[in-house]
Every structure is written in C-alpha cells, then in structure tokens.
Write a protein that binds this ligand. Structure first.
Ligand code: GAP
Length: 442
C-alpha cells in the first residue's frame, strides 16, 4: 500500500474541491463522498465519453434511464435478497467489524484483524450481512410497503428488456446501456472513493444468441480494455486484465474478467466483464410470468438470450484518472504538485490572468479573450492572487494552459501561454489563442 500517495491524493482532492466527505458539517458518513465543483466536471466528462462512444456512436446499443427504487420482487428474482451478502466478523480485541474476505488469512480458520489480533472464526463466528438498502414506499409506517434501492443498474435493464425490444425494433445482438447510481451498504472503509455506499455505474447488458455468447464475451473484454487505454488514456503499465478463477465466479456467471488498475493500495477492480448467461432473464420471466424470450427465425423457435455485461464504475474510473495524473516535482527547491490530466478531462482547458488588474485597458483585453475562449471550451478568469499562486492552483486542478496578459500585450497584441506540463512559455497573438489551444489539446 502506498499510503503516502493515497494520503496526498485524498488531501489534494479535498483542498482543490474535487471531493468532500458526505454530510461533512455533521461529522460525515463513512464511505459516503460528495463531488465538489471540479470533481463534478471530471465525473460528467467520464460519463459523456462512455455514453457518446457506446450509445450515440453505435447502432447496436440503445440507452436507458431506469429508476433507482425497485420492487421487492425484482430482487427476489435476481437473488439479491437471499444472496447479496458479505460475511462479517467482529474482532474480540478492537471490536472492529470486518469483511472476512478482506482480512489477511493465517490458515483456514484464523484471520488477522487490522489491529493485528488473530481472530479464530470457529469461536467468533462470521455473520451474513445483506448489502441491500431497504425503504418504505407506502404513505404510512403502520402498513409499510418495502422496496429497495438497486445495488446495480443492471436489474433496471433486465426488467425493461421486453419494453425496449418492443419499442426500438432492433434485432439481436442488442445492447442496453445505462449510467446511474447504485447503493450497497458496504462496511469496508478507508479506501477513499474505491468502495462507497452510494456510487455510480456505467453498465451495458449486451443481449446475444447463446451460440454467440463466448465470442461476444471475448470481444467485450478487449473492447473495454482498449477504452481505458485509448479513450480514457490510462497508462498501460497501470492496467491489467484478470480472468476470474472458477471459485470466484458469481453463481450466474459462466465467465468473468476484471479490468484492474494499480491503485495506491495495489491491483484492484476497475470494471468486471461477465457472461451472465440467461440467468437474469430466466429468473425475471419465471417470477413475473412475462415472456422475455426472443424468436430465432433461423431455428424457428424461441430462446432466452444470453447477456454479456461490461460493468464499469464511474467513481473508480475517476479515481484511476486522478491517480494516473497525479505528479510531484521539485522546481526551484519547492514541490510542484501537478495533475497531468488529458485536456478533455481537465476542469478548465485554459485559465486567463490579467497581470495588472487595475489597468482597465488590459483587463478589457483579458476579459474579451476569456469570453472568446469560453465560447469554445471550459475556461476560467482569475485575478485573486499573485501569478505564482495562480499557476500553482491551476497546476493542481490540471489546467493545461495558463494565459497571462501583461503590459506588452497592449503594444504587441500578444499574450504569454504557459504549458502545464513543461512550464515552457510562448508568446502567441491574441487572435490565435483559441486555435493554438485547440491544436495542442489532443
Ligand atoms: N452488474 C454487475 C456488477 O454490479 P460489480 O463487480 O459488483 O458488478 C461493477 O460492480 C463495478 O461497479 C465495479 O467494477 C466497480 O467499478 C463499481 N463498484 C461496485 N461496487 C462499488 C462500490 N461499493 N463503490 C464504488 N464502485 C463500486
């Protein structure tokens, strides 16, 4: 575990308005986080990129936005009410409750708590804890009607499978994609936004004929890996694919591969790509008594489609982007923290600073230039501190270009553009600034 890097990233995220603790002014809630102004911008860009790539640019995938609160029977059918549990054990020494599968193992019956105490699970027996959030959707407390917050967006897709199929008039293979919040009452803490109680997923349920399932599973594993390298731009050395072993597979899955990222606490799951077979549609068909089959004209018979599911986490993608981009270097005996974000993800593409904020003519030029840039891309205008501090702030939030307007700008109609990564400065004509930034923002 690189505790030092994790601490620095958490502190930078807090300091610069990427992420705040949930309900912080009331003491906070464990494993609940809020995205601040700059975090919210990056998160939206991640979702936009995914949606554009899979929903807008493909003919074989359509989008959906289903509700978070779902009928109890959905989760009876899916198996979540019975089986979506963690095995938890209480440490007799420090009293901390932990997930058994997260503890270091001494042997089959002895586990080591964070406090280093050895827990004998034949004495301190683990208990099953369901991760689902239950809520009452009736208007009275006396006659409650229970519903649940979805633990994965996938179930909203399965229960709408027939609705979608009947309205879009498309044939298989057909993907239904959805971005949205999911909720799990996670007990593990301390991994920042890696494991949250409320988080966001980007899921595709890609429905295929059973004969095509293995081929499409292989396709989606490759496709999703290259999305992280080519579209998100994560470093290849920080990414790997890890196929699940047979004993790790969920009860419904015939195959599953995780895309893992080297987080400060080691290789951990960024996304899972699973072959969920026909388990979910069959279950929902049985419990709801609705026909969720398709017709194969080649075989002249009905079949329940298999589903390949690339299931990504928005928050973990965000976390990986920040970890990949975070850098420190020594400049003039001082530490410079710089977030080397791809320009697409940077909260601002450019920041405009007037060097003499009392000079009306100069401020006018700076403001007009700022409005021109902001018409084309996210930009900010800053005059609330000295130039050194302004550069430092923008470096930490990853702004690729800082533009200063100085006394000479009045004479030569040029400004200075500083590159975030190299810190090199170039004089550029005011009327060329937008083009310059666009060309350099690849
Ligand atoms: N529909 C399949 C499914 O939900 P999962 O592996 O449990 O599978 C998929 O979750 C992805 O959702 C994970 O790879 C991760 O990116 C994200 N995710 C799951 N639980 C999370 C949590 N507690 N906090 C943040 N992200 C989470």
């Amino acid at each position: 575990m690189d505790t030092d890097k994790l601490t620095k990233i958490v502190s930078m995220c807090r300091r610069r308005g990427f992420i705040f603790g949930g309900s912080e002014i009331y003491g906070g809630l464990s494993s609940v986080w809020d995205y601040g102004p700059f975090g919210a911008k990056i998160k939206k860009r991640i979702k936009d990129l995914w949606w554009d790539h899979y929903v807008e640019k493909r003919d074989d995938i359509v989008g959906l936005d289903s509700s978070i609160i779902m009928h109890e029977d959905v989760f009876k059918a899916s198996g979540h009410l019975a089986g979506f549990t963690d095995s938890l054990v209480d440490c007799p020494k420090c009293k901390k409750r932990s997930r058994v599968d997260m503890l270091e193992k001494e042997d089959t019956t002895h586990y080591i708590c964070e406090c280093k105490n050895v827990i004998d699970i034949t004495v301190n027996k683990p208990r099953k804890f369901n991760l689902m959030f239950k809520t009452n959707v009736s208007a009275t407390e006396e006659n409650p009607v229970y519903a649940y917050l979805r633990p994965e967006t996938a179930q909203g897709i399965f229960v709408n499978f027939a609705n979608v199929l009947n309205t879009v008039h498309k044939k298989l293979p057909l993907g239904i994609a959805q971005i949205g919040k999911s909720f799990r009452n996670e007990v593990t803490t301390g991994s920042f936004i890696f494991r949250m109680k409320e988080f966001e997923q980007m899921e595709i349920e890609y429905f295929v004929h059973p004969n095509d399932a293995d081929k499409m599973y292989e396709y989606w594993v490759k496709e999703r890996y290259s999305f992280y390298t080519d579209k998100i731009g994560l470093k290849k050395e920080n990414l790997r694919l890890r196929p699940h072993t047979a004993d790790e597979l969920a009860h419904y899955a015939r195959g599953c591969t995780d895309v893992e990222y080297m987080f400060p606490f080691g290789w951990s799951e960024l996304e899972g790509i699973a072959n969920r077979t026909d388990f979910d549609l069959k279950q929902h068909s049985e419990v709801s008594r609705k026909d969720l089959s398709c017709f194969s004209s080649a075989e002249n018979k009905k079949f329940i489609p298999y589903v390949i599911e690339p299931s990504a986490g928005v928050d973990r993608t965000f976390f990986a982007i920040i970890c990949d981009a975070y850098d420190e270097e020594t400049v003039n005996d001082r530490t410079r923290v710089v977030l080397r974000l791809k320009p697409y993800f940077a909260p601002y593409r450019a920041a405009v600073f007037p060097l003499l904020k009392k000079n009306d003519e100069l401020v006018n030029i700076a403001k007009n230039l700022f409005y021109d840039i902001r018409n084309k891309m996210p930009a900010t205008y800053e005059d609330t501190a000295g130039i050194g501090k302004l550069y430092r702030r923008q470096d930490e939030i990853g702004t690729p270009f800082c533009i200063t307007i100085d006394g000479d700008s009045l004479k030569d109609q040029k400004v200075t553009i500083r590159d975030r990564d190299t810190m090199l400065q170039e004089r550029v004509s005011i009327d060329q600034v937008v083009v310059y930034i666009e060309q350099k923002s690849i």
